[in-house]
Ligand binder design. Structure first.
Ligand code: BGC
Length: 724
C-alpha cells in the first residue's frame, strides 16, 4: 500500500478505532479459540469488557501458523477498514529451538553466532505466524541480584552494542519488507531498566544523565542504528519520572535526538503503572501522560481504549498525537506487507519442517558450547571416555535447561546432561540426583555418595532452577542453595576428582563450590541442545572458549562490582597496607572472584610483543596496536583477545579500563598469530560534564590481554594540533 493510502486510512478512522489500534492485548480478548497466549505479566487492571478490547490492533504472546491464520481471519471478518492484526511475542533466545540465554550468548564473544541464532529464531517464529519479537533486550547490567541479568549480554556498553546489532541483523535481515522469514525487532527496555536500586525488579532507577548517556544508551543507539523497527519502554523511573510517562525521555531523547521514528510500545501494564508510581491519579491521567510522551501502543492495560477518545473530544489531547501514533503502527504493518498478505509467513507445513530441524539443533549445540565458560581446571577436564563417571546433582537429568524466558520451547525437546554424556560414552553413566535444587534428604545424599565412591571422577550438575532468575526473579542471596552446597561438601570428602557444571541465569557467589571442585564449567541455561554441548566440552571434543561478560562477585556485599570502575581518590593498591584509609572492604577483596572477559581453555595462550605503531596519535589520526598470541598447549583452541583503553587524565573521571575492541582467533598447537587493533579518536571519546561526547588531548594507556584483569599495557599520547 502506498504512503498516501495509509494517510487516507488514518483520516477515515474513528477515535475509537484509533485508540483500539493503539492497544495491545493477549489473544483471548479477541477470540476464544486461540487460547490466551503466553502470559508474562499481571492481569489486574484489565477489568474491562472483552468487547471493548476486541478491536485492538495487535496481539501478544500467541503463536502457531494455524491459530494465527484463524485469528487474523476472524478479526478481519469483523474489521470495518480491513486493517490486519500485528502478532508480537517474546522470542528472546530462540523459538522452539532454544539457544542459550542472552547472558550466555554474550559469553560467546561471537556476534556472527548470535546473529545466526536470531536468524533461526526469526525463521521458526515467522513460519509460526509471528511478525515482531520483543527482543533484543540491551539493558546494561551490573547487579547479579537482578534476575533479568540473564536476558542481557552483560556489563559492557561497547560489547552490548556489538550484540545489539547482531540480534537486530539476525531478526530483520536487510530486506524485512520482502523476506517473510524475518521478524521486526523491538529493542527494550528504554531506558536504563538494568539499573534498579538494590537489584530488585521494577525498582527505582536514579542516575545522572551523563551516566545514562555514557553507559546505558550506547546499546539502544546501536540497535536503532542497525534499523530496529520498534522500541519498548521500561517499567522504571528515569530522572524521577516513569519511563512510560516521560516526555523528555521519549520525545526529546528517543525521537528527536536519537532519531527514532518507529513504533514505541509500553511494557506490560506500564501505562497504567503511572498510578502506583504516583504520577497519575487514574487511568485517564495515565493515558494522557503516555500519549503525550509519545507511546504509540499500550500493552495490556485499558487506559487508551477508555480515555483517548474523550481526551481528544475535550481538547485535552490533540488528535494529531493519535494520528501520528496510528500512522507509525500502520506503516509498520505495511512494511511487513500485511495489507497485501495478512497471513505473512504463517505456514504450518513450513513451521513443522523448520522447527527443531537438524540444522537448527546443530547451530544451537555449537553456540551453546561456545557460550559455556570454563572457570577453573586443575587437570580434571577434559574427561576420558575410559573413566568411570558418576553424574550427580539436581541438573543431572533435568530438562530445565532453557531458562525462564523460553516460553515457546518445550522441555520434551531438551537433551539432558545425562543423555549427552551417555551418547559420548555409548552407555548411560551412573546418575544420581543427590539433592533437589533447594532441599536435600539424608537418604538421597547417601545414595549419591555411595554411587560416587564407585566412580573415577564425579561430575556435579548444580544450579538455580529457572524461576530463580528472569523477570521478578531478584535475590539477595546469590550463592547456590544450601542443599547443593551440602551435597558438594559431602562429595568433596571422597577425595575423587570433582567437576562442577553450573546451570544458572546470573553470576553467582561461588564459594562453597569453587574451592571444593577441581574444575568448574559455567553452562548457564544452554537451551535445547544443552546436554550435547556440555558433553562436547566435558570430553574435550570441543575446546571451551567462552569468556564472561559480567563479573562474578566474590561476595554479594561487593555488588555492584564491574571492571570499568573508577580508581577513586584512595585506590587500595596505592596506599600502604597498614594504612586504614583506603577504598577497600575490611572483610572482602575489592576484586570480583572472576573478572569480565575471563574464561579458560584446555590449551594455554601466551601473549608477547605488544607494540604500538606510534606513541603519538594526531588529530583524525589512527594508531595500531599489535600483539602476538601463541597457542602454547597441546590442543587447538580459540582465544578472544581483548583491547582496553584508559584516559589517564579526563575532564571527568574515566574508568580504569574500557573495552574498545576484541578479536576471536583460532590457533592450532604451537601456532602464533599477530592480532592488530586499530585505535582512532572514536575509542577515546567520552561524555564530558556538558554532555558533549569528545576526546581530550593527553596520555592514554592501551592494554591487551585475555581478560580485563590480566593485560599488558603501553602508553601513547593524543596530540591534536593546536589543542593542549
Ligand atoms: C516484560 C517484557 C516483555 C513483556 C511482554 C513484560 O513483563 O518486561 O520484557 O516483552 O512483558 O511479554
Amino acid at each position: 500500500m502506498n504512503e498516501s493510502k495509509l494517510h487516507d486510512l488514518v483520516r477515515n478512522m474513528t477515535l475509537e478505532e484509533k485508540a483500539a489500534q493503539m492497544s495491545q492485548v493477549v489473544s483471548s480478548f479477541i477470540d476464544d479459540k486461540s487460547g490466551e497466549g503466553k502470559i508474562t505479566g499481571p492481569f489486574a487492571g484489565m477489568e474491562v469488557a472483552k468487547e471493548d478490547m476486541s478491536g485492538s490492533g495487535s496481539v501478544l504472546g500467541a503463536s502457531g501458523a494455524d491459530d494465527l491464520r484463524a485469528l487474523q481471519k476472524e478479526y478481519l471478518g469483523k474489521s470495518r477498514l480491513g486493517i490486519p492484526l500485528l502478532f508480537m511475542a517474546d522470542v528472546i533466545h530462540g523459538y522452539k529451538t532454544v539457544f542459550p540465554v542472552p547472558l550466555a550468548l554474550g559469553c560467546t564473544w561471537d556476534p556472527d553466532a548470535v546473529e545466526e541464532s536470531a536468524a533461526i529464531a526469526a525463521k521458526e517464529s515467522a513460519a509460526a505466524g509471528l511478525h515482531v519479537t520483543f527482543s533484543p533486550m540491551v539493558d546494561l547490567v551490573r547487579d547479579p541480584r537482578w534476575g533479568r541479568v540473564m536476558e542481557t549480554t552483560g556489563e559492557d556498553p561497547y560489547l552490548n552494542g556489538v550484540f545489539a546489532r547482531a540480534f537486530v541483523r539476525g531478526y530483520q535481515g536487510d530486506n524485512l519488507e520482502n523476506d517473510e522469514s524475518k521478524l521486526a525487532a523491538c529493542v527494550k527496555h528504554f531506558a536504563a531498566y538494568g539499573a534498579p536500586e538494590g537489584g530488585r525488579d521494577y525498582n527505582t532507577v536514579d542516575m545522572s544523565e551523563r551516566q545514562l548517556r555514557e553507559y546505558y544508551l550506547p546499546a539502544y543507539e546501536a540497535a536503532l542504528d542497525e534499523g530496529a523497527e520498534m522500541v519498548m519502554t521500561a517499567f522504571n523511573t528515569v530522572e524521577g519520572i516513569p519511563a512510560t510517562s516521560n516526555k523528555w525521555l521519549m520525545r526529546d531523547l528517543l525521537r528527536k535526538e536519537m532519531g527514532f521514528n518507529g513504533v514505541l510500545i509500553s511494557d506490560w501494564g506500564a501505562v497504567q503503572e503511572a498510578i502506583p508510581h504516583g504520577v497519575a491519579a487514574d487511568n485517564r491521567e495515565a493515558a494522557l501522560k503516555a500519549v503525550t510522551a509519545g507511546v504509540d501502543i499500550e500493552m495490556m492495560t485499558p487506559c487508551y481504549v477508555q480515555h483517548l477518545k474523550t481526551l481528544v473530544e475535550e481538547d485535552v489531547v490533540a488528535e494529531e498525537l493519535l494520528d501520528e501514533a496510528v500512522l507509525r503502527i500502520l506503516q509498520l504493518k505495511n512494511r511487513l506487507g500485511l495489507f497485501e498478505n495478512p497471513y505473512r509467513g504463517a505456514d504450518s507445513s513450513l513451521e513443522e519442517k523448520l522447527t527443531l530441524s537438524e540444522e537448527h539443533r546443530k547451530a544451537a549445540r555449537e553456540t551453546a558450547a561456545k557460550s559455556c565458560v570454563l572457570l577453573k581446571n586443575e587437570g580434571a577436564l577434559p574427561l576420558k571416555k575410559e573413566q568411570n563417571v558418576a553424574l550427580i546433582g539436581p541438573f543431572a537429568e533435568s530438562t530445565d535447561l532453557m531458562g525462564p524466558w523460553s516460553i515457546f520451547g518445550s522441555e520434551d525437546d531438551v537433551v539432558t546432561i545425562a543423555a549427552g554424556i551417555g551418547e559420548k560414552l555409548g552407555t548411560r553413566p551412573t546418575v544420581e540426583k543427590g539433592s533437589d535444587i533447594e532441599v536435600v534428604s539424608s537418604q538421597e545424599l547417601e545414595v549419591a555418595v555411595e554411587a560416587a565412591k564407585q566412580a573415577d571422577v564425579v561430575v556435579m550438575a548444580l544450579g538455580e532452577h529457572s524461576e530463580m532468575s528472569g523477570e521478578a526473579g531478584s535475590r539477595t542471596n546469590i550463592k547456590l542453595p544450601e542443599a547443593q552446597l551440602k551435597l558438594a561438601a559431602e562429595l568433596k570428602k571422597l577425595g575423587k576428582p570433582l567437576v562442577t557444571v553450573l546451570f544458572n541465569g546470573r553470576p553467582l557467589d561461588l564459594h562453597g563450590v569453587i574451592e571444593e571442585s577441581d574444575a568448574v564449567l559455567e553452562a548457564w541455561y544452554p537451551g535445547t541442545e544443552g546436554g550435547h554441548a556440555v558433553a562436547d566440552l566435558l570430553f574435550g571434543d570441543t575446546n571451551p572458549s567462552g569468556k564472561l561478560t559480567m563479573s562474578f562477585p566474590d561476595n554479594v556485599g561487593q555488588v555492584p562490582v564491574y571492571y570499568n570502575s573508577f580508581n577513586t581518590g584512595r585506590p587500595k593498591d596505592q596506599i600502604a597496607p597498614e594504612d586504614r584509609f583506603a577504598s577497600k572492604y575490611l572483610d572482602a577483596p575489592n576484586e570480583p572472584l572472576f573478572p569480565f572477559g575471563f574464561g579458560l581453555s584446555y590449551t594455554t595462550f601466551t601473549y608477547s610483543g605488544l607494540a604500538l605503531s606510534s606513541e603519538i596519535m594526531e588529530e583524525n589520526g589512527t594508531i595500531w596496536v599489535s600483539v602476538d598470541v601463541t597457542n602454547t598447549g597441546t590442543a587447538a583452541g580459540e582465544e578472544t583477545v581483548q583491547l582496553y583503553v584508559r584516559d589517564l587524565v579526563g575532564e571527568v573521571v574515566r574508568p580504569v579500563k574500557e573495552l574498545k575492541g576484541f578479536r576471536k582467533i583460532h590457533l592450532e598447537p604451537g601456532e602464533t598469530k599477530q592480532v592488530v587493533f586499530e585505535v582512532d579518536e572514536e575509542s577515546l571519546k567520552y561524555h564530558h560534564s556538558d554532555l558533549t561526547c569528545t576526546c581530550d588531548p593527553g596520555d592514554f594507556t592501551l592494554s591487551v590481554g585475555p581478560d580485563s584483569r590480566n593485560t599488558d599495557e603501553l602508553r601513547f599520547s593524543y596530540q591534536p594540533r593546536g589543542r593542549q
